[in-house]
Design a protein around this ligand. Structure first.
Ligand SMILES: [Zn+2]
Length: 92
């Protein structure tokens, strides 16, 4: 399975949640593999904690604070799972 190229913004620069206006935990830019249009997804604790695909990632950040070299594999796997169902908004 080919995952789209993603850019995950650092936690401190995550935008506010577009749904509730609360602080985002992190954001990711996804480039569509065919059209190359970019979309932005924001992870929000308030909106996404009950999402079965986003909840584990929120828990991961609650425990680890950020993705670092020791937890990179787990973190990137959780991000990929989240992005597979995240409501990404087109940008640009
Ligand atoms: Zn929200």
């Amino acid at each position: 399975m080919n995952l789209p190229p993603i850019t995950v913004e650092s936690t401190s620069e995550a935008p506010d949640c577009p749904a509730c206006g609360g602080p985002g935990i992190l954001s990711a830019q996804v480039s569509h593999p065919v059209t190359h249009r970019r979309a932005m997804a924001v992870l929000c604790e308030t909106c996404d904690i009950d999402d079965p695909d986003a909840g584990p990632l929120i828990a991961y950040f609650a425990v680890n604070g950020a993705i670092d070299s020791e937890t990179l594999d787990q973190g990137t796997s959780l991000v990929a799972t989240w992005l597979s169902t995240a409501r990404a908004k087109p940008v640009g």
